[in-house]
Design a protein around this ligand. Structure first.
Ligand SMILES: [Fe+2]
Length: 489
């Protein structure tokens, strides 16, 4: 393996016993380019051509207050597959806040778990005082990677092959954009939403394949809400208004405390993508949903699959380190119990039908992006280590037949979100690979694995050594080189 190390960044984080600054969540400070990666097992396939991009939350400065893992600085890790070889590189996202803290040599913003008064500078996004660390999500659109922040931030563009940075996307509105903008690879469009603390509280945006803002439309809500993800079908964008949001009275004192509002339903907005027809709202059982898997139109119905939380306000985790009981419960899918779930919205009579598709705790669903917004069979969810925000395996589900297949990474090993990389020339939905980064606590190393998506239970078909141990994080994507070059799949 050939490793080129870049000039070091300024970091000031000191050792601590914080559960999300140690182990698989130990931040990484170095930036490298690596070629000639060592293959540990199997062979790098010749029949994929593209990049896997993963965003990690990678704190580099000593926190001003109580660190929450979602506060970490964004670092993009990329592995590039072409012609049976692979290269790796990683970069911090050069956000305005990152640059300011590099200059200061220390933290300038408090975090999600801190009072807003702790921040030394005004912050960004829906919350209002946070650092826009662009550390949540990453998608590819119009030939560029776009990293985003869950509390709505500026959205930063990077070259998906070189990770050279273009800075803030020019079309981003003043209220920023949320994580989970969606690339519709068939049209080349990017659909995004944002939320804020002032009316109309929610907007939908569409950017075309040439990176021009086509639309920015209000979708008015009764008050500030905390949607995290969106979905789309061929003709609709699907936004949501869940009964779990900041306490209105406390918010008047600039205190951001989430509560569940008993008696309110979950609400779903079907926003026509290509006409000015009115938004259709549907009601469903109360819950909170972090992530959707896919959606599609089925005659008079719109089908939406995602992860229904049975207990969105979990009890504090009793065996957590002192002081972390509340934070760790909210980061633990086994505490909030997220289950793969299907909603069916009937456009004729306005009713909703819904049911669990699986009773296991799952989250972070990936699909073959060529099937986004259309009828599909397969979702690849992550399994989660009980008590932790760490992924320890994958479940492939056939959402039509109910069949499923499981693969686990093994003791001390955690994985990253595993998007689907289609085999060149493939047409079958599961003809391709799941790509993931494994961090092994037993050996303090990381590797990239490829699973044959048609047979995930058989384990990796290829394991590739990475030059350093990665910090854990949240979201990842795959982009075919043809999609990067052409802007459409
Ligand atoms: Fe997310």
């Amino acid at each position: 393996m050939n490793i080129e190390r870049l000039a070091p960044v300024v970091h000031s984080l000191r050792p601590s016993n914080h559960p999300y600054l140690n182990g698989a969540w130990t931040p990484l400070f170095e930036e490298v380019n690596a070629t000639g990666l060592d293959v540990i097992e199997g062979q790098i396939p010749h029949d994929i051509d593209g990049v896997y991009l993963r965003n990690t939350e990678n704190q580099i400065h000593q926190p001003l207050g109580r660190f929450h893992p979602f506060d970490g600085d964004g670092m993009i890790h990329q592995i590039d597959f072409r012609a049976g070889s692979a290269s790796y590189r990683n970069r911090f996202v050069r956000t305005r806040c990152f640059a300011a803290e590099q200059e200061a040599g220390s933290s300038l913003w408090g975090g999600l778990a801190d009072p807003v008064q702790l921040s030394l500078r005004p912050g960004f996004g829906a919350h209002g005082a946070l650092k826009d660390s662009s550390s949540t999500d990453i998608v590819v659109h119009a030939g560029r990677a776009l990293s985003t922040f869950y509390q709505c931030g500026e959205a930063y563009r990077l070259d998906p092959e070189t990770l050279e940075q273009d800075g803030v996307a020019g079309w981003v509105p003043l209220d920023g954009i949320s994580a989970h903008a969606k690339s519709d690879e068939r049209s080349g469009e990017l659909l995004f939403f944002n939320c804020s603390k002032h009316p109309p509280y929610l907007h939908l945006g569409v950017v075309d394949r040439h990176n021009r803002l086509l639309r920015y439309s209000p979708v008015p809500l009764p008050g500030p809400r905390l949607p995290h993800d969106m979905a789309f079908t061929e003709n609709y964008a699907i936004l949501n208004d869940m009964p779990l949001f900041w306490d209105g009275e406390l918010l008047k004192r600039n205190i951001h405390a989430v509560r569940q509002y008993e008696g309110l339903p979950s609400r779903f907005a079907l926003v026509p993508r290509r006409t000015d027809a009115p938004v259709r709202w549907f009601e469903a059982a109360p819950t909170y949903v972090l992530h959707w898997a896919n959606a599609y139109e089925d005659g008079d119905e719109v089908v939406l699959d995602g992860y229904f939380q049975e207990s969105p306000m979990p009890q504090p985790q009793r065996d957590a380190p002192p002081g972390f009981e509340h934070m760790m419960a909210y980061l633990d899918a086994h505490s909030f119990r997220s289950k793969l779930h299907r909603w069916r919205f009937n456009l004729k009579d306005g009713t909703t039908k819904e049911q669990h598709l699986d009773d296991r705790v799952l989250e972070f669903g990936m699909i073959n992006q060529r099937f986004a917004g259309r009828r599909y069979n397969y979702v690849y969810s992550a399994t989660l280590r009980p008590g932790w925000f760490l992924f320890d395996g994958f479940v492939k589900s056939n959402v039509e037949t109910g069949e499923s297949w499981t693969w686990r990474a093994g003791p001390g090993r955690t994985v990253s979100e595993a998007p689907f990389a289609p085999r060149l020339g493939s047409t079958a939905e599961d003809d391709g690979y799941l790509v993931s980064f494994v961090t092994d606590e037993n050996s303090s190393t990381s590797e990239c694995i490829l699973l044959d998506a048609a047979r995930i239970e058989e384990g990796p078909v290829c394991r590739i050594a990475l030059p350093h141990k990665l910090c854990s994080g949240t979201h990842a994507c795959w982009a075919d080189r043809a999609y990067i070059r052409n802007g459409v799949a």
